[in-house]
Design a protein around this ligand. Structure first.
Ligand SMILES: Nc1ncnc2c1ncn2[C@@H]1O[C@H](COP(=O)(O)OP(=O)(O)O)[C@@H](O)[C@H]1O
Ligand SMILES: [Mg+2]
Length: 223
């Protein structure tokens, strides 16, 4: 199997106020390039934490993660940011758009970081793709939750990621908007071969991915 993500015996421990919390324990998994995977499990089971480690947003306490050929374990924050910008898209549960930038500027950020000269044109095309061509000049507060989610998806697509992580991408959306977002994600997988790793509560969405990983209490309970 051509693996784009390899997680080996990873743990994550949070320490606060003299107490330790074992959030992830002995997690191992392989994700095949160009495949679609969903991660399901009860709230608090460690799904968001795992997604963040896989995407290089945070560091594991122990174990090893190889993402698109790069071992993340010993990388500095700046080096991880570079890896993310080169090959990773991330859709956050709460969008995480920059409030002082317009929708268009939010989508342009990853492109500007890469030094892309056509960032504005590419960002416009992506906003159009998510049905927001006419909202580019709006700030996040002027957009509904569903619209902000679509901007965050356009941003996640902007660097043509090899792998896209999405944390409950349809969680706060009405059925119709949720379906639009779902279609965009699967289209990206089909047309560009982008690997999709989705965290979701929606079992119907999960059933559309090639593989479902179940988590409970910081562990994978079924491959
Ligand atoms: N930064 C943090 N510091 C301390 N505990 C955290 C932190 N982030 C998450 N946790 C805890 O880790 C556990 C798993 O959280 P999370 O990964 O968000 O689960 P899920 O996404 O499955 O709901 C929860 O008990 C949560 O409170
Ligand atoms: Mg979560």
């Amino acid at each position: 199997m051509d693996s784009i993500l390899s997680v080996r015996n990873v743990s994550k421990v949070y320490r606060s106020g003299g107490r330790t919390l074992d959030v992830l324990q002995a997690i191992s998994l392989e994700v095949e390039a160009a495949s679609t995977v969903s991660i399901v499990g009860p709230s608090g089971s460690g799904k968001t934490t795992l997604l963040g480690l896989c995407a290089g947003l945070d560091r594991a306490t122990s174990g090893s993660i190889v993402l698109n050929g790069t071992t993340l374990d010993e990388l500095s924050e700046d080096e991880r940011a570079y890896v993310r910008n080169q090959s990773v898209g991330f859709v956050f549960q709460n969008f995480q758009l920059l409030p002082t930038l317009t929708a268009l500027e939010n989508v342009m950020v990853p492109l500007e970081l890469r030094g892309d000269r056509n960032s504005r044109t590419i960002a416009m095309t992506l906003l159009d793709k998510v049905g927001l061509a006419d909202r580019g000049h709006h700030y996040p507060v002027q957009l509904s939750g569903g619209e902000q989610q679509r901007v965050s998806i356009a941003r996640a697509f902007s660097n043509s990621p090899k792998i896209l992580f999405a944390d409950e991408p349809t969680g706060n959306l009405d059925a119709e908007t949720g379906e639009t977002i779902e279609n965009l994600l699967f289209e990206l997988n089909r047309d560009a071969g982008t690997t999709l790793v989705l965290v979701t509560h929606d079992l119907e969405l999960a059933s559309k991915t090639q593989r479902i990983i179940r988590m409970k209490g910081g562990r994978i309970i079924a491959p």
